[in-house]
Design a protein around this ligand. Structure first.
Ligand code: HEM
Length: 448
């Protein structure tokens, strides 16, 4: 990165005008990602990060082309998920009788459930089909009415403010609590525990917010802070699982503790259930918050679009798919490793290299989409984006997130007649790899 990309006073990256200016991971980089993507597509569709590989002396590679990303995520044997490598390492240690290093983030707990429940591609598929699809995948349709009620309840909290002509803290009063309450209901956590869960959820995602570089590495101090914040989470999970075993209800945890898991021909252990819940809390809260919040901004930026959704709710699904394409909440993840020498866009990538999959950039690749930065509700192949990834490891919670987003905008567009930016928004993004602004105040008018 050249020196002129850094503001000498704030130390923050400024907008890139050439390839030398592009830095996707430094402080403040989030403000300029969408300025960097056209430069990368034109000049460096595979960006090499020298010396940033998983082993000393190795490089890392950022993939920004749709076709490359699609090829990688669809072939999890040739491009192994980093998680599978971690699981293999854990397995080897256990076979040697070694103790894994203490893990304050509790990630090992989740990793261990991957080790026992889905060590092979077949079991990975079965895990999705039997254990998560019925709740957060295609089966999430059963929650549509529940999600509608929760969205309405949140809107009720502010819609009559200032005689229905007021201002809402859109993140704090809608986009954040909606997925939190939805996931608490799906999992079967008591309603009163939502704030505690949100606190633990924040700790789990800390790496994606405060982690440095493309691998989202937390400092020692941050890791300790994370441990402090996660205090009580493991005990809480144990209490919940034990109480659902004694007194099962109609929720995901109760189902998991009772299920006769056909793929393995046995019941799940408590530890396996903890692992599944851990992933649900990690993946299920903030991502959908960011999607809703970016969707609100896209509506405010495009006069007439909210009215269009109000007039034709049949367009809401197209809107949310396009919004997720042009503003992917998970912008990129360093999650795949090459197993053989590869060539991407003319760049040699040796076996054993870490790939940073840049979903956000692949979604606006001009080779894949005409006018890629335009939000086009008539676009063919809506939903072909990479926002939830694709292939065997695609996001298991895409089903419920899609329902949350469409239901949210159905209710907001029916109950409000207008939605605009309020005074005083800075639009500053939070740090890390997710695309989200820190605050968003909107002026609304209640529909009469
Ligand atoms: C707009 C919202 C969301 C976005 C953008 C998103 C995005 C992603 C992406 C990109 C991956 C990586 C897939 C890969 O490596 O190929 C992923 C994985 C994952 N997501 Fe989501 N996600 C969202 C919502 C959710 C929700 C609501 C849940 C839970 C209910 C969830 C649970 C997970 C889990 C558990 C994984 C890890 C994969 C696994 O364990 O099988 N996500 N997600």
């Amino acid at each position: 990165m050249s020196e002129r990309t850094i503001n000498p006073i704030t130390g923050v990256i400024t907008s890139p005008t050439s390839l030398a200016d592009v830095d996707l991971f430094g402080p403040g980089a989030q403000e300029h990602w969408y300025k960097a993507y056209p430069i990368l597509h034109a000049e460096a569709p595979v960006l090499v990060l020298p010396g940033e590989g998983i082993e000393p002396g190795r490089d890392a590679y950022v993939l920004t082309c749709y076709a490359d990303i699609e090829r990688v995520v669809k072939d999890s044997e040739r491009f192994i998920p980093l998680m599978s490598l971690k699981v293999k390492a854990l397995q080897t240690m256990l076979e040697r009788g070694e103790e894994p290093a203490p893990d304050t983030s509790r990630f090992n707990m989740a990793l261990d459930s991957v080790r026992t429940l889905r060590p092979t591609p077949e079991l990975w598929r079965a895990h999705r089909q039997e254990l998560t699809d019925p709740w957060v995948g295609p089966g999430a349709k059963r929650y549509t009415a529940m999600i509608r009620n929760l969205a309405d309840e949140l809107i009720d909290g502010w819609i009559d403010r200032d005689n229905g002509d007021g201002t809402v803290d859109f993140i704090g009063e809608f986009a954040r609590p909606l997925p939190q309450r939805v996931m608490a209901r799906v999992l079967g956590f008591p309603r009163d525990d939502v704030d505690r869960l949100a606190h633990w959820g924040d700790a789990q995602v800390m790496q994606y917010v405060y982690g440095k570089g493309h691998m989202n590495i937390l400092s020692k101090v941050e890791t300790l802070k994370q441990a402090e914040q996660l205090e009580g989470f493991a005990d809480y999970l144990a209490d919940q699982v034990s109480s659902k075993r004694k007194n099962p209800q109609d929720d995901m945890i109760s189902a998991l503790v009772q299920i006769n898991y056909q793929a393995l021909g046995r019941k799940l252990t408590d530890e396996e259930v903890y692992g599944i819940i851990y992933f649900m809390v990690l993946g299920g809260l903030e991502t959908t918050q960011y999607a809703l919040e970016q969707e609100a901004q896209l509506l405010c930026d495009r006069p007439g679009l909210f009215d269009r959704l109000r007039a034709d709710s049949g367009k809401i699904r197209a809107f949310t798919e396009e919004a997720m394409r042009v503003r992917a909440p998970t912008q990129g993840l360093s999650t795949r490793v090459t197993t053989q020498n590869e060539v991407f866009q003319g760049v040699d990538v040796p076996a054993g290299s870490i790939l940073h999959i840049r979903f956000g950039a692949g979604n606006v690749d001009p080779k894949q989409y005409d006018c890629p930065y335009e939000l086009d509700l008539e676009r063919k192949a809506l939903g072909s984006h990479l926002t939830f990834s694709q292939g065997p490891r695609t996001c298991p919670g895409a089903g419920i997130s899609r329902i949350e987003q469409t239901v949210a905008w159905e209710r907001l567009s029916q109950r409000l007649s207008s939605l605009k930016y309020a005074e005083g928004n800075t639009f500053e993004h939070q740090p890390g790899i997710m695309l989200g602004t820190l605050a968003l105040k909107l002026d609304f008018r209640k529909a009469r």
